[in-house]
Design a protein around this ligand. Structure first.
Ligand code: FES
Length: 581
């Protein structure tokens, strides 16, 4: 049973180390703040709340967050706090190269240091695009001052010629249709604007929507936060209410470490199965858990998610988009259904200060085609399958709800690409010896190999296979896959090829067996042959010289533990450093 006892109020807060006195340094800290026109009584010991903003025009999914920050400020002032908005590095999924994931840890460091070094008692985390949510949660967890997350919300539904156009998902489908000769380039260009018709993050159950849902399931956001569209006025309301709420959280001293318990992570893993959430959630939750000392493992994902049916009928696993999910009742309905099925730690604490069950027990499902009853689940066994075998001694993942049932048990000949450039050079070549029974193998795309672990695991199929009307093949890599993508794709194979994992020594013509029901991924060569090949293997990824790329190369950990930096694991708290003057 999770219990939380609010601390007595009033008491001296950490911001008073900066503002609460008459010394030269106190005057210095207050006086410079006052150049913004802040009245003297705002420094009287009330909670000082940071608004940690990932707004950026280079992160279009978060480009509306300045407006939301203003709504948060209304709530903070109303509750008697002092809001101070600040920017942090904003990793944009749609713009950053080589991949936004390379910068998640950088953003988390930025958040952590900004929170600890500044006169803040609590923080509202404004996130949206994929990596911004885990980065903010990781940073806040390592500082452990009261924190609440507000998502930017998804874009409105895309529509193109009478059909829903899901962010990302439609892009992958249309590009494959062009290769198959069933769509023209002109139509593809016409669809471009239809995909993104309002502010917000991807409107599928991609990584952004998944991580917004994870935040809510973990208890780090107000109930209902995840699904409200960015353009809906209720998105502003939840921002306003979160501003009010954080002030009380500071007074009560309700911290991330009170909320981010093992129970909370177990709830989130089950919710991920029910929503058909992104495989990226595996990496991000492992990293967040590492920041608060919860010993979460890949095996927890398999054990807890294995019997969870996917009941949310959203692309890429299903038919609808986030707008319809919101109208149906959103994540609280899913959490309630899990609770009724005995698959929820009902007493897990949330930012509300109470148990998660209290937030959801009275909600209703307004559309049972969008949020299905268990009897009509999209996939009876959703969750994330964690595969092991001689090809992935430290594990690999597959998303059953996005895979093809007929490929879940498959044996095929390996067609190997040494890296992403090799793949791009060969995949469209009609001379490539490949058919739909083969297994496409892509190496050197893990955290170190393709710095950041790019979302290339759902590699497109060869045109000659697509022209037969085939839309799925078994694919294996150490890469990630966009949460908006689909297919029978084995991802995050660990150890990665660039670290000398067995994936590095797969050769063209080897036979590979995938058996999802027994969680097995096997390279069909003898142990002696595998050992011989591994002994001959030589590192083939150069260490970058200098800068963040070198730091990343030297310190990033494997996907099986969350791809955090080794030196960032754990909570370092919020000690106030001595003054510099
Ligand atoms: Fe930003 Fe999808 S690209 S949420």
């Amino acid at each position: 049973m999770t219990t939380f006892t609010p601390k007595p109020w009033p008491r001296k807060l950490r911001s008073q180390e900066w503002f609460g006195g008459t010394s030269r340094d106190h005057i210095y800290h207050r006086s410079w703040m006052k150049n913004q026109g802040l009245p003297a009584d705002l420094f009287d010991g009330r909670p000082v709340i940071g608004i940690c903003n990932t707004w950026s025009q280079l992160t279009p999914c978060n480009a509306h967050l300045r407006d939301l920050a203003e709504r948060v400020k209304h709530g903070i002032y109303e509750a008697g706090g002092l809001p101070l908005e600040f920017p942090v590095f904003s990793p944009s999924e749609s713009a950053l190269r080589p991949t936004a994931m390379m910068y998640r840890n950088l953003a988390a460091m930025d958040v952590e240091e900004a929170l600890r070094a500044n006169p803040l008692d609590g923080v509202v985390l404004l996130a949206g695009c994929d990596k911004t949510t885990p980065a903010l949660l990781m940073g806040a967890a390592s500082v452990d001052i009261p924190a609440i997350l507000v998502s930017g919300g998804p874009m409105l539904n895309g529509w193109f010629r009478g059909e829903r156009v899901g962010s990302g998902t439609a892009l992958w489908q249309m590009s494959e249709a062009i290769k198959a000769g069933t769509m023209s380039q002109e139509d593809f260009l016409d669809a471009e604007q239809a995909m993104s018709r309002s502010p917000g993050s991807c409107n599928t159950m991609g990584t952004a929507s998944t991580m917004a849902s994870m935040s809510e399931a973990l208890g780090m956001a107000l109930s209902g936060n995840a699904a409200i569209p960015a353009a809906d006025s209720r998105r502003r309301v939840v921002a306003h209410l979160s501003g009010r709420r954080i002030v009380q959280m500071v007074k009560d001293e309700l911290k991330p470490s009170d909320i981010l318990t093992r129970q909370a992570f177990e709830n989130a893993i089950r919710v991920n199965g029910a929503i058909g959430g992104s495989t990226n959630a595996v990496i991000h939750l492992l990293a967040i858990a590492g920041r608060v000392g919860v010993d979460l493992t890949l095996d927890d994902w398999d054990r807890l998610g294995r019997d969870i049916p996917t009941i949310v009928n959203l692309m890429p696993s299903g038919k609808y988009l986030m707008e319809e999910f919101f109208y149906a009742g959103g994540l609280p309905v899913v959490i309630k259904l899990l609770g009724e099925g005995g698959r929820l730690h009902k007493e897990a604490l949330t930012v509300s200060g109470g148990p998660i069950w209290d937030e959801v027990k009275d909600v209703k499902n307004w559309n049972d085609d969008v949020i299905r009853p268990v009897e009509r689940a999209l996939t009876p066994q959703g969750g994330i399958a964690v595969l092991r075998g001689n090809l992935a001694p430290k594990g690999a993942v597959l998303k059953p709800s996005a895979a093809s049932p007929h490929l879940m048990h498959h044996r095929g000949r390996a067609v190997v690409f040494e890296d992403i450039d090799d793949y791009k050079a060969k995949i469209n070549d009609e001379r490539l010896e490949v058919d739909e029974t083969c297994v496409l193998v892509l190496k050197n795309c893990g955290p170190r190999g393709y710095p950041g672990m790019a979302e290339v695991g759902n590699m497109g199929l060869p045109p000659k296979v697509l022209r037969k009307g085939i839309t799925d093949m078994v694919r294996i890599s150490d890469a990630r896959m966009s949460g908006t993508a689909y297919g029978t794709v084995v991802l995050h194979t660990s150890p990665e090829a660039a670290a000398g994992g067995p994936l590095a020594v797969v050769r063209n013509g080897d036979m590979i067996e995938l058996d999802v029901s027994s969680r097995r991924i096997h390279l069909d060569i003898s142990d002696a042959e595998l050992a011989r090949r591994l002994a001959e293997w030589k590192p083939n990824v150069a260490r970058p010289e200098g800068g963040y790329a070198q730091l990343f190369h030297d310190h990033v950990q494997g996907a099986d533990t969350g791809a955090d930096f080794d030196f960032l694991k754990g909570c370092r708290g919020s000690p106030v450093a001595r003054d510099s003057h």
